[in-house]
Design a protein around this ligand. Structure first.
Ligand code: GLN
Length: 485
């Protein structure tokens, strides 16, 4: 077994017993990245120098007996997190050379534990996309099948963890961006409840939906990462001041009597046969483990995609107004006057999908249309949230597919944005409801592409989905398969 095959928990053990040093682990990962990144393109920035310095500091901390759970562990982060001294592009030309003067809170927290940050991961521009093809730094390839997309927008994060280029990663999820790529690449990904993890220092896409979360190789590692970043932050007014429980303590494997709901509206036409079969099989596994399976209804599901693409684009059009070429980011040099400079900077700096969304969002918010679109969407959002709260009166967790199909081919949907948007049908409602959900490996299609299972939990009950996911993982082998790269 090579160093980069070890999980976070296994690495922790080896580091604590001095069988490995953080410097050795980091060195092995940097070699692995150098060997595989030309094929995958999962990193936008590899920070070999700072990682090496951080690894040495971690080794000193371990030697001094000052070890935190993530000390010396090799992590990579989506290029949406501000990192002091290291460029943060958000997958966009407009931030191509942007260096933040401060760390995002999530970054500060893993740095405080002396984790080693290997680099910044590729993503759809401003996290807008489901395939990672909207990146100004080129598409990422799926390590299971290089002609396929890794999913998006945290495509680099999922591909990197699946290809063992980092032991775990941090991503963000506004409408599925952690869970869908996790499913396409066969890794574990968790979107916490809105408010569980600070968004401070995370480049904003749709602020009422954005949430930070981990991608990891197994459920225990996912719990470890969540623990590191969860918790109140006075710098994010939407972060909630309730203490995070001990997530690892809940991983017992015992889920007897757990009530699992299957939302009727999620098992519909358009759901790929292989995905349906894998999810049904997972349901049978849960029944064998002693869970009680109940059918439930989320009646407003059909409106979720439309509702999301009004709210997310409206918020994006407002958030992205700050990229004007004045304060930071790309500036057009040949402009005749101020307005011309704004227009040229934005025209040159933003990609097609980002421009499309700014236009959609601006339209939805414009006077005369606001009530018909944005306000209506907010009302529908409340109904969708209420659907979940009603379902959680009857069950503890919900079990659904993550995406209607396995990873699609590169180029397949680039010219059909609506098809791309529809692939988020199972993940988007969770963000609108503001609750937590995770994706975990549950099988492979006939042509050997990974399939993910989604577990949705009650608000702030990440512990319940982690516990249910752990029991499934103990009973199955899917998470042990690795791509050949
Ligand atoms: N695919 C969805 C979108 O394009 C979700 C992206 C995300 O979660 N950041 O908006």
């Amino acid at each position: 077994m090579t160093i980069y095959d070890l999980t976070l928990a296994e690495l922790r053990d080896r580091l604590d017993r001095r069988e490995l040093s953080a410097a050795e682990v980091t060195g092995a990962y940097l070699e692995r990245i150098a060997a595989t990144n030309p094929q995958l393109n999962s990193f936008i920035t590899v920070c070999a120098e700072t990682a090496t310095v951080e690894a040495e500091a971690a080794d000193r901390a371990i030697a001094a007996g000052e070890t935190a759970p993530l000390t010396g562990l090799p992590i990579a982060v989506k290029d949406i997190f501000n990192t002091a001294g290291l460029r943060t592009t958000c997958g966009s030309r407009i931030l191509g050379n942007y260096i933040s003067p401060y760390d995002a809170t999530a970054i500060g927290r893993i740095k405080a534990q002396k984790a080693v940050i290997l680099g910044k991961l590729n993503m759809d521009e401003f996290a807008m996309g489901s395939s990672n093809e909207n990146s100004a730094f080129g598409a990422v390839r799926n390590p299971w099948e290089l002609s396929r997309v890794p999913g998006g927008s945290s495509g680099g994060s999922a591909a990197c963890v699946a290809a063992r280029q980092a032991a775990a990663a941090l991503g963000t999820d506004t409408g599925g961006s952690i869970r869908q790529p996790a499913a396409y690449c066969s890794v574990v990904g968790l979107k916490p409840t809105y408010g569980r993890v600070s968004r401070y220092g995370v480049v904003a896409y749709a602020s009422s939906l954005d949430q930070v979360g981990p991608l990891a190789r197994d459920v225990r590692d996912c719990a470890l990462m969540l623990q590191a970043v969860a918790g109140y932050d006075p710098a994010d007014s939407t972060s909630v001041d309730t203490a995070a429980p001990d997530y690892q303590a809940g991983l017992t494997g015992n889920i007897k009597g757990l009530r699992i709901g299957l939302p009727r509206e999620y098992f519909i036409d358009g759901l790929d046969d292989d995905v349906r079969r894998a999810v049904e099989q997972a349901t049978a596994t849960y029944r064998d483990l002693g869970a009680e399976i109940v059918e439930v209804s989320l009646p407003h599901t059909a409106y979720a995609v439309a509702c999301y693409y009004l709210i997310a684009t409206a918020e994006a059009s407002s958030n992205l107004a700050r990229y004007d070429g004045v304060r930071y980011g790309l500036r057009a040099e040949q402009a005749e006057n101020l307005i011309d400079m704004y227009m040229q900077s934005r025209a040159a700096g933003f990609g097609t999908e980002v421009k499309r969304r700014i236009m959609l969002g601006t339209y939805a918010l414009s006077s005369g249309y606001y009530d018909a679109y944005y306000l209506k969407a907010q009302k529908v959002r409340t109904l969708i949230r209420q659907d979940f709260l009603d379902a959680f009166e009857k069950v503890d967790v919900l079990l659904t597919p993550v995406a209607p199909t396995p990873a699609f081919a590169l180029g397949e949907k680039v010219n059909d944005p609506l098809q791309m948007y529809l692939s988020d049908i199972y993940t988007i409602p969770v963000n609108l409801a503001g609750t937590c959900a995770m994706s975990l490996p549950c099988g492979f299609s006939a042509d050997s592409l990974p399939i993910g299972l989604q577990l949705i939990g009650k608000p702030f009950d990440e512990a319940a989905i982690l516990s249910a996911a752990y029991a499934f993982e103990q009973a199955t082998e899917w998470h042990k398969r690795q791509p050949e790269i």
